[in-house]
Design a protein around this ligand. Structure first.
Ligand code: ACO
Length: 378
C-alpha cells in the first residue's frame, strides 16, 4: 500500500538535519536549533550546513568575505528583470533570475565540490539582491546596490528599505534566517535532491526547489497567514472569523505539519520575536491576534502552529512587503538546499522511485474513427 504524500518514507541518509517530530527537536549537523538561534549567526550556520562543522574565526571571516563580495548580480540579469511584467510573482522572478544566473555562472560547466561551493556561495549572496532589486524595479524605483559590509540579514533589510536596520531588527532577521535554513527532506529540498540526483547543475536543482517552495502548502503559507491577519483586522474579530473558518472546513494557514506532532521549535523563537517587535513598535495587535488564533486552533483541532505562522507577523513588523515573505524564506533555505545538493553529489545515485499502477489494462486499441463521442468525453 502506497503512503499518500510519501508520509514517513525515509528516502535517503543525510547528516545535515535531524528532525524529531514527537519531541519537537530540530538539529543542524548535531547542533540544536535553540543553541544556533541563541549563539550563532546565519553565516556561521551556512558554514555548518556546507562543511558539517562550525568554522574557526579565520574560516568564518573567509566565508563572510566571499559572501559579501558576491552580492552583486550581473547587469544582464537586472536588464532581464526590467523586461518582466511588474505584476510577476516575486518567486517567479527569483526562479527566472536564478535560471539566468546559472547560464552566466563562471563555473557553469564545472560540477566538482570546489566549483559547487563557489556556486552555493554566489547563490546565497545573490538571493537577497535579486529580491530587493525586484521590489524596487516593479515599483519604478532604482535598485539599491548591496553594501559590501555587514551581515547578510542587515544588508537584506538595507536593500529593501533603503536605511540601515537597527540592531534588534537586524538580529531578528538573522535569527529568522537561521531558523529557516534547513528542514531535512521538506518538499523543496527533496525536489532539489531529485534534480541533483540526475547530476544536473546546482542552479537547475535550485530552480526546482524554488518552484516547490512557492506553493501555499509549503513556503507560500507565511503570506497566506498575514493575509488572514489583515483580513481579520483586529483582535475582537478573531473569534468569529476562525469559528466561521472551522464551519467551512477551511485550513488555517500556518498550522499543522507533516512531521511535528508537537510544537515546532522554530515557532517558539518567532513567537517571542513577534511579541518583542510589537512591543517596540507599540503595535501588539498582530501578536495578540496570532495568540488568539493559536489558542482556538489548538482547542478545536489539536494542531500546533508551524514556522510560517509567527514568521508572518515578524516579517510584517520588519516592514517587508507581503509577497516577499516566501522569497525571504528562500533567502535562508538556499543554504540548506545547496548543502543537500552537495551531499547528494558526494554520494549520488539517481533518484527514481516506482508508482503503483492503478489504471486500466489490456484495452483493445480502437481506430480514431471508431471511437464514440461519449467515450471521448467520458
Ligand atoms: N487547518 C485546519 N485543519 C488542518 C490543518 C490546518 N492548517 N492542517 C491539517 N489539518 C487537518 C486536515 O484537514 C486533516 O484533517 P482530516 O484528517 O479530518 O481530513 C488532518 O489535519 C491532516 O492534514 P493533512 O493536510 O492530511 O496533513 P499533511 O501532513 O498532508 O499536511 C500540511 C501538512 C500541508 C502542512 C497541512 O497541515 C497544511 O495544509 N497546513 C496549512 C499550510 C501550511 O501552514 N503550510 C506550511 C507548512 S510548514 C512549511 O512548509 C515550511
Amino acid at each position: 500500500m502506497v503512503k499518500a504524500g510519501l508520509e514517513d518514507v525515509v528516502a535517503t541518509d543525510s547528516s545535515i538535519c535531524f528532525l524529531d517530530g514527537k519531541e519537537g527537536r530540530l538539529v543542524y549537523q548535531g547542533y540544536d536549533i535553540h543553541d544556533l538561534a541563541k549563539f550563532s549567526t546565519f553565516e556561521e550556520t551556512v558554514f555548518l550546513l556546507w562543511y558539517g562543522r562550525l568554522p574557526t574565526r579565520t574560516e568564518l571571516d573567509g566565508l563572510n568575505k566571499e559572501l559579501r563580495s558576491n552580492r552583486n548580480i550581473s547587469d544582464d540579469v537586472v536588464k532581464m528583470m526590467r523586461l518582466l511584467p511588474k505584476t510577476a510573482d516575486p518567486m517567479e522572478v527569483l526562479r527566472t533570475a536564478v535560471s539566468m544566473l546559472g547560464i552566466l555562472d563562471p563555473d557553469d560547466k564545472q560540477n566538482d565540490r570546489a566549483a559547487n561551493i563557489r556556486k552555493a556561495t554566489r547563490l546565497t549572496a545573490q538571493f537577497p539582491t535579486i529580491i530587493a532589486y525586484w521590489d524596487h524595479i516593479r515599483n519604478g524605483r532604482e535598485p539599491i546596490k548591496p553594501s559590501d559590509e555587514g551581515t547578510l540579514a542587515a544588508n537584506l533589510l538595507f536593500m529593501l528599505t533603503g536605511s540601515q536596520p537597527d540592531e534588534y531588527n537586524a538580529h531578528v532577521m538573522d535569527v529568522a534566517l537561521i531558523l529557516h535554513a534547513d528542514h531535512e527532506l521538506n518538499a523543496s529540498t527533496f525536489a532539489a535532491r531529485v534534480a541533483a540526483g540526475t547530476l544536473t547543475d546546482m542552479h537547475s536543482a535550485i530552480v526546482a526547489a524554488i518552484g516547490a517552495l512557492k506553493g501555499p502548502l509549503h513556503g507560500g503559507a507565511n503570506q497566506e497567514v498575514i493575509k488572514m491577519l489583515l483580513e481579520i483586522g483586529s483582535p475582537e474579530k478573531v473569534e468569529s472569523y476562525i469559528t466561521q473558518a472551522f464551519k467551512e472546513h477551511k485550513k488555517i494557514m500556518g498550522f499543522g505539519h507533516r512531521v511535528y506532532k508537537t510544537e515546532d521549535p522554530r515557532a517558539w523563537h518567532l513567537r517571542q520575536m513577534s511579541e518583542e517587535l510589537g512591543r517596540r513598535a507599540n503595535e501588539l495587535k498582530w501578536y495578540e491576534m496570532s495568540r488568539q488564533i493559536e489558542g482556538m486552533v489548538f482547542k478545536d483541532k489539536s494542531l500546533y502552529c508551524n514556522v510560517d505562522f509567527y514568521s508572518a507577523s515578524v516579517y510584517y513588523m520588519l516592514g517587508i512587503p507581503v509577497d516577499l515573505f516566501t522569497p525571504i524564506f528562500a533567502v535562508s533555505r538556499v543554504s540548506g538546499w545547496t548543502a543537500h545538493i552537495l551531499e547528494q553529489y558526494s554520494n549520488n545515485r539517481l533518484i527514481r522511485p516506482r508508482a503503483e499502477y492503478v489504471g486500466p489494462s489490456k484495452l483493445a486499441y480502437e481506430q480514431i474513427e471508431q471511437r464514440s463521442k461519449t467515450a471521448l468525453l467520458g
